[in-house]
Design a protein around this ligand. Structure first.
Ligand SMILES: Nc1nc2c(ncn2[C@@H]2O[C@H](COP(=O)(O)OP(=O)(O)OP(=O)(O)O)[C@@H](O)[C@H]2O)c(=O)[nH]1
Ligand SMILES: [Mg+2]
Length: 282
């Protein structure tokens, strides 16, 4: 069964994922490196019942490289192994298998001791929409398998696909509906494209994003929208009005907001990470 995860079918999808997870050694949770914390789904820990998790921070090519590094270290302190990569470039993909072997070293050693020479690692990719699950799956198995991830009701047999020397993956990734524990998570996931355009207000997203960019990525605003030093002092709502006018959209603020969101998603605003790395007691 293809897993479709949306509010009306949450319980069913949750049950399916739970069922499938029983058969795996490892969970590959794919997150978007621009929102490495906000795109983690807390439900996975519940469903996974102590299964080891390898966090894959995908789309690292679009994220702020300094923060990516800091997040890897932060996750490590929390006992979570995370690696950053860009699924569109193959070079780093073999790391997934290597790190998976490290995480499962003890279990694999036991199997070898029992006489299993090349024990396989069975894993399942999960993640909220649009983080790159299908891209990673296709790359790892080195062919385009029809991962029709989002079509409900497409029944097919569950298959294990070889994805390296020892790694095997379930053919369909688990799509999880994101959980919004605080309202900024919704804005972050909307800006990076993980939630549908229909369920957010572009102005809310852009107000959040402009405040973030003003604080951390102001030079990108200056470069792309010719924001002046004085304008950087304006609150985001004010800045939206100024920039709408500057772009010739008169008073069509929504038009500017939609453009801003598209510019951000297309990388025109440069690389950014919206989750601020917490200062944690070490
Ligand atoms: N820049 C960049 N784009 C990526 C990367 N990985 C995937 N993409 C793009 O992101 C979009 C979503 O990728 P998918 O592989 O379809 O993501 P998914 O998680 O399977 O999405 P759903 O099936 O809708 O949940 C596609 O346009 C990909 O080309 C990456 O590492 N970097
Ligand atoms: Mg997919």
């Amino acid at each position: 069964m293809t897993i479709q995860w949306y509010p009306g079918h949450m319980a069913k999808a949750q049950k399916q994922i739970k069922e499938r997870l029983k058969a795996v050694d490892l969970i590959l949770e794919i997150v978007d490196a621009r929102v490495p914390e906000s795109s983690i789904n807390p439900m996975i820990q519940e469903l996974g019942q102590n299964k080891p998790i390898l966090l894959i921070m995908n789309k690292a090519d679009m994220a702020d490289p300094r923060r990516t590094q800091q997040w890897i270290e932060t996750f490590k302190k929390r006992g979570i192994t995370a690696i950053a990569l860009d699924a569109q470039h193959k070079a780093k993909l073999p790391m997934i298998e290597k790190v998976a072997q490290e995480i499962l070293a003890e279990k694999l050693a036991k199997k070898r001791a029992k006489g299993i020479r090349n024990p396989v690692i069975r894993a399942m990719c999960v993640g909220v929409p649009n983080v790159g699950k299908s891209t990673i799956l296709n790359r790892l198995v080195q062919k385009n398998i029809a991962v029709t991830g989002n079509r409900p009701g497409v029944t097919k047999n569950q298959q294990w696909l070889k994805a390296g020397q020892t790694l095997e993956l379930l053919d369909t990734p688990g799509v999880l509906w994101p959980k919004f524990e605080d309202p900024t998570i919704g804005s972050k996931l909307a800006l990076t494209g993980a939630i549908s355009d229909a369920i957010y207000h572009p102005d809310d997203v852009v107000i959040f994003a402009l405040e973030h960019f003003k604080e951390y990525y102001s030079s990108q605003l200056q470069k792309v929208y010719k924001v002046t030093d004085a304008e950087l002092e304006e609150p985001a709502a004010e800045l939206i009005m100024i920039l709408t006018k500057r772009l010739g959209f008169k008073e069509d603020y929504d038009r500017f907001c939609v453009k801003f969101i598209n510019d951000a998603r297309q990388g025109k605003l440069g690389r950014f990470t919206l989750d601020v790395v917490p200062v944690e007691a070490s």
